[in-house]
Design a protein around this ligand. Structure first.
Ligand SMILES: *Cc1c(COP(=O)(O)O)cnc(C)c1O
Length: 219
């Protein structure tokens, strides 16, 4: 079933769009099923859970951290994480840089922008993103590379609102891209809204439940 879901989504995804299969809360056996169907990029939102799965699963998997980051846990994933989507402070960038240096790596990151109306959603205001990218302190970080932006839209069926939120993020991304050769990824869109996100300019979608089924958090 996972294979079928995956193949169906992939068959409809424009080929320049990168699919992150969001496997949070799902067992490694589920991930293997998607892996056997050809999927190599998986997204997790808890560092500890991602580390456990990394240890168990094939080493050519690219692991993306898509959740809110606890700075004191960055060290546990610094040796293998492929892309960190949810960076929402300069302090976190500093910590990622420090841990990446220990492993002689450059870790790719996305800055998370606040686009949703909901207060509960994380992310940086647009002007803070610009301030970080233009700062001297940032230019001194040699072991992190900011390759784009990530955003989560409001949880709503209102297509006008979603379009507004996604488009505002796309416009920011496009502006910043002009002066930043490293920018190539705009991560927006989940199971419920990825088609619209792609229409609005997304280059990377994060899809969980449409591939792996509904999550059960009470286990
Ligand atoms: C869980 C999660 C997703 C995937 O959500 P689905 O609705 O299951 O596709 C995408 N992005 C983030 C940041 C998530 O936490």
């Amino acid at each position: 079933m996972i294979k079928d879901n995956l193949n169906q989504i992939k068959s409809k995804l424009p080929k320049e769009i990168t699919l992150v299969a969001v496997s949070k809360t799902k067992p490694s056996t589920d991930i293997l099923e998607a892996y056997e169907a050809g999927q190599r990029i998986f997204g997790e939102n808890k560092i500890q859970e991602m580390v456990t799965k990394y240890d168990e699963l094939p080493k050519d998997i690219q692991w993306h951290m898509i959740g809110h980051l606890q700075r004191n846990k960055v060290k546990y994933m610094a040796h293998f994480v492929d892309l960190i989507h949810g960076v929402d402070s300069f302090k976190t960038l500093l910590e990622i840089n420090k841990q990446a240096l220990k492993h002689d790596r450059v870790i790719n990151c996305l800055l998370q922008a606040r686009i949703a109306k909901e207060e509960t959603k994380f992310g940086l205001p647009f002007d803070e993103i610009k301030n970080i990218l233009n700062s001297k302190e940032f230019s001194n970080l040699n072991n992190v590379k900011v390759v784009g932006l990530m955003g989560m839209a409001t949880f709503t069926d209102n297509q006008d609102q979603l379009t507004k939120e996604f488009s505002s993020l796309y416009n920011l991304y496009n502006d910043l891209k002009e002066n930043n050769a490293d920018f190539s990824i705009l991560s927006m869109g989940m199971s419920g809204d990825y088609k619209l996100a792609i229409e609005c300019g997304s280059t990377m979608v994060r899809i969980g439940s449409s591939i792996f089924g509904a999550r059960n958090y009470k286990k």
